[in-house]
Design a binder for this molecule. Structure first.
Ligand code: PLP
Length: 379
């Protein structure tokens, strides 16, 4: 079945009523027919029919064996890190969502994990960081917010040769454009809050795996720690996914046009969008995905220009987050990456001149007109 059809029909018929929209099962517990028998459900923390429907859909979209739906993307990241033991070492990308950095370095290091930060776009940096304690490589491609691209096939090969897991946060491209498991990765993480739900109205996260043993371990962590997605929110994500292909195409159309337009603005110093042929990761991205996504970062000539643009856009909203129908302009240094030290930000290229734009699904001309008026109004 085609990806788009799967998004609409999910895992097939819902129940005997013929309901076209899947039911929301809000029961927290399920009655048993007899001792030692269940309907397949017992208690909501373990499984819920609405959530299970979503999990099966997401697993299928990523070509995985199993998926888990969490209460947030960060809960999904946290669950994956619980697969590791004190003393284990993880190689991570240099540029990741700031909350993942905070979790790794402020909390997981206290629990005995160690991390080496490398540019995962540079294979030699990954190879050099491997130690006998290394258990995994954790990355985003494109990265948030500097849009670096990493070669997932090559990284997976290095990982297999060294018995490491490859963990990919696939939030930015979604399975519509990129399927990391097919390229050799072992675990996928999503902030489902973003493109999967797609409407800036729900918090959710996912893990997707292809190995039965890892799936079992993660399910036990999930059941034990309980950061599960509620049934109502699971239904919202199911509804969101129905339009994922249409939305991703329009996000990308907008991003491509706006990235080209931004390049021509005198106050814009550089534009980071992997769909621009001059982007250093363009060829690798093109070889492993079917698209470039809807996220653009760009640097302007001064912190004051950045501040003014944030305040002068009208249709585009100055807000954190990404991947929804509404276009959002974000200031990574003060928002998504505010917990990093100034040195960490500088090292990653997150300056006070850098802005990140999540293009929504509005008409391209209206978004460009909004940016045009914001640039024209600069004082
Ligand atoms: N991964 C990426 C790439 C993100 O951008 C975010 C949030 O912005 C997260 C993970 C965390 O997800 P959540 O906000 O759903 O907890």
């Amino acid at each position: 079945m085609d990806f788009a059809t799967k998004c609409v029909h999910g895992i097939g018929a819902n129940d005997a009523t013929g309901s076209v929209s899947p039911a929301i099962y809000i029961s927290s517990t399920f009655a048993h027919p007899r001792l030692g028998e269940t309907t397949g459900f017992a208690y909501i923390r373990e499984a819920n029919p609405t959530r299970q429907r979503l999990e099966k859909l997401v697993a299928s979209l990523e070509n995985g064996l199993d998926a888990l739906a969490f209460a947030s993307g960060m809960a999904a990241v946290d669950a994956v890190l619980r697969l590791f033991k004190p003393g284990d070492h993880i190689i991570t990308g240099n540029d990741l969502y700031g909350g993942s950095f905070r979790l790794f370095h402020r909390y997981e290091e206290q629990n005995g994990l160690s991390f080496t930060v490398v540019h995962t776009s540079k294979l030699e940096e990954i190879t050099a960081a491997i130690t006998p304690q290394t258990k995994a490589i954790y990355l985003e491609t494109p990265t948030n917010p500097t849009m670096e691209i990493s070669d997932l096939r090559a990284i997976s090969k290095i990982a297999k040769d060294n018995n490491l897991l490859v963990i990919v946060d696939n939030t930015f491209l979604t399975p519509y454009f990129q399927k990391p498991l097919d390229l050799g990765a072992d675990i996928i993480i999503h902030s489902g809050t973003k493109y999967l739900a797609g409407r800036n109205d729900v918090l959710a996260g996912f893990t997707i795996v292809k190995d039965e043993k890892i799936a079992e371990e993660l399910r036990l962590i999930y059941k034990s720690t309980g950061a599960c997605l509620g049934a109502m929110d699971a239904w919202l994500v199911i509804r969101g996914i129905k339009t994922l292909p249409l939305r991703m195409e329009q996000h990308q159309r907008n991003a491509q046009a706006i990235a080209q337009w931004l390049q021509k603005q005198p106050k814009v110093k550089y534009v980071l969008y992997p769909g621009l042929p001059q982007h250093p990761g363009y060829a690798i991205n093109a070889s492993q995905t079917t698209g470039f996504g809807g996220m653009i970062s760009f640097a302007v000539d001064s912190a004051d220009t950045a501040r003014q643009l944030l305040e002068k856009v009208k249709l585009i909203q100055f807000a954190e987050s990404l991947g929804g129908t509404e276009s959002l302009l974000t200031y990574p240094i003060r928002q998504t990456h505010a917990d990093l030290t100034p040195e960490e930000c500088a090292e990653k290229g997150i300056t006070d001149c850098l802005l990140r734009l999540s293009t929504g699904i509005e008409a391209t001309d209206d978004l460009i007109a909004d940016l045009e008026q914001a640039f024209a109004a600069l004082e």
